[in-house]
Ligand binder design. Structure first.
Ligand code: AHR
Length: 501
């Protein structure tokens, strides 16, 4: 039988970059059951004194997400943050137009700040540049970050937060290039507004980092030119440019679907090229980095969402039930992010709970919570994809999909000097086993710590029954500086090796 051989060459002295831990961030939007019945459900048996579900807090902690983008998403472009502060019984019920739902505002800024602390994450606060703008942004940042003695900072203190929130990362606007967006703008209109907004925000707090809103998808007709015009306006004002990308498998074409990581890689390369072209044109020393602040698979729920009645509280929206092939793509997209660790500094798996999410909840009954297939590869990269991303030379055969040549194995390795571990993430996209070999040069290799695999499931299997799990990869050997492993067909694998610095 034909055996696929895949070889990887790693060298301690060849690195891509230090990994910014925020690459494993996530996103939660006031949409569907992400917040209500997800994060916040005072009537749930697991709820703490603040109404937060502790079963959800425990699950989120397992994902080790360092940063969470909030409150949207499309939601933010019609949102008034002041609706979500102050006594809960005085907060207005509103028509929420982005998702045509009812927003009760029982969860808002203070609740999010408290909850994110409980899960160990920092906020990435999004500002409404759809219906609002400069004034809203300067008030919000004064409310959040100014110590005391002014109208907005004292209002925060009156509302129970004596100390400033000190939010460092701010997203100015969301998907302003999309005509579905409330307050959609041309690149020039958004660019000017983003520039002026960034200016006032920095006047309030010079220490913040700002993310400008890039293309919603690589297929947008304005892709590329949007970034160019935007950066012409905000190059000196912002630190990151955002990118969003969701993939689907409507065509039920596995080869093509698993090859979307090649598209993802191309998308990132294209944006880097635009950023650097603008940099060159401006004779600038400053580098714009990327925030891939929405990425995932999203399509399973779309037909059901079209049939949902409008104006419900916490409707079941965007509740994709992910199958095994989705987990394989998510793993491969995560590998792609690590390969770009030199430029992608922020990543947000979209989203976190119930809405296109790794974690699902039931409103009542058991199980109260369940993990989707995509939970597993993401949990491994977020916990172990830390330290330094290593450069690699790879010798891997590729298969032909409709739009791409796709390497049968996709891999990346990291070295973490805190744990003295080399961690290899490798995915086998072939229907056959792969003989995988890695040479490790200039490492003081000691021993194999752990080798795991995630495989053996029907590609369309979802995980409501919680039968999916990561098990150990048995056929793996470490011999001095050479590692060999037999990778199962269609498998996600992680190999940890101890090596002194
Ligand atoms: O994550 C779901 C939606 O996808 C977000 O609200 C929006 O930013 C994107 O189109």
């Amino acid at each position: 039988m034909f055996t696929i051989k895949s070889k990887l060459y790693l060298d301690r002295s060849q690195i891509i970059s230090k990994i910014d831990p925020r690459i494993w961030g996530s996103f939660t939007e006031q949409l569907g059951r992400s917040v209500y019945e997800g994060i916040y459900q005072p009537s749930h048996p697991s709820a703490d004194k603040d109404g937060f579900r502790t079963d959800v807090i425990d699950a989120v902690r397992k994902l080790n997400v360092p940063l969470i983008r909030y409150p949207g998403g499309n939601f933010v472009s019609g949102y008034d943050w002041q609706d979500g502060i102050g006594p809960k019984n005085q907060r207005p019920r509103r028509l929420e137009l982005a998702w045509r739902s009812i927003e009760t505002n029982q969860f808002g800024l203070h609740e999010f700040m408290k909850w994110s602390q409980k899960v160990g994450a920092k906020p990435d606060m999004a500002v409404n540049l759809g219906t609002r703008g400069i004034d809203e942004a300067r008030n919000l940042i004064e409310y959040c970050n100014f110590p005391k003695g002014t109208y907005w900072s004292d209002l925060r203190r009156q509302n129970g937060a004596e100390k400033p929130f000190n939010i460092k990362v701010w997203s100015i606007g969301n998907e302003m290039d999309g005509d579905w967006q409330i307050g959609h703008k041309t690149a020039q209109e958004y660019g000017r507004l983003a520039h002026e907004t960034a200016k006032v925000m920095r006047l309030v707090d010079t220490s913040i980092e700002l993310v400008a809103s890039g293309s919603s998808l690589r297929t947008m007709s304005t892709f590329g030119s949007w970034e160019e015009t935007l950066l012409d306006n905000v190059y000196d004002d912002v630190d990151y440019l955002s990118l969003h990308q969701y993939y689907d498998n409507y065509d039920n074409d596995l080869k093509e679907f698993l090859g979307k990581s090649v598209d993802f890689d191309g998308f990132i390369n294209d944006i880097i090229a635009v950023c650097d072209a603008v940099k060159a044109r401006r004779h600038s020393d400053k580098q714009i980095n990327l925030a891939m602040d929405e990425w995932n698979v999203w399509y399973h729920s779309k037909a059901a969402d079209d049939k949902q009645a409008p104006w419900q509280e916490a409707p079941h929206l965007l509740e994709d039930h992910y199958n095994f092939e989705d987990a394989l793509l998510v793993g491969s997209l995560a590998i792609t992010l690590l390969k770009h660790a030199d430029r992608v500094k922020i990543g947000c798996l979209a989203q976190l709970i119930n809405v296109i999410a790794p974690i699902m909840t039931n409103t009542s009954g058991e199980p109260s919570i369940w993990y989707q297939s995509i939970f597993y590869p993401f949990m491994q990269v977020s916990n172990y994809g830390q330290g330094i991303a290593l450069a690699q030379r790879a010798n891997v055969p590729a298969y032909k999909a409709k739009s791409y040549d796709v390497p049968y194995t996709d891999s990346v390795a990291t070295y973490n000097s805190k744990t003295n571990e080399i961690v290899i993430f490798v995915e086998n996209k072939a229907h056959e086993k792969v003989n995988f070999e890695t040479t490790l040069e200039n490492f003081n290799v000691n021993k194999l710590v752990e080798a795991t695999q995630f495989c053996g499931y029907d590609l369309k299997k979802t995980n409501e029954d919680q039968s999916m799990s990561i098990d150990s990869l048995k056929k793996v050997h470490l011999d001095d500086d050479k590692l060999t492993a037999e990778l199962q067909p269609l498998s996600w694998n992680m190999i940890r090796i101890n090596a002194d610095d």
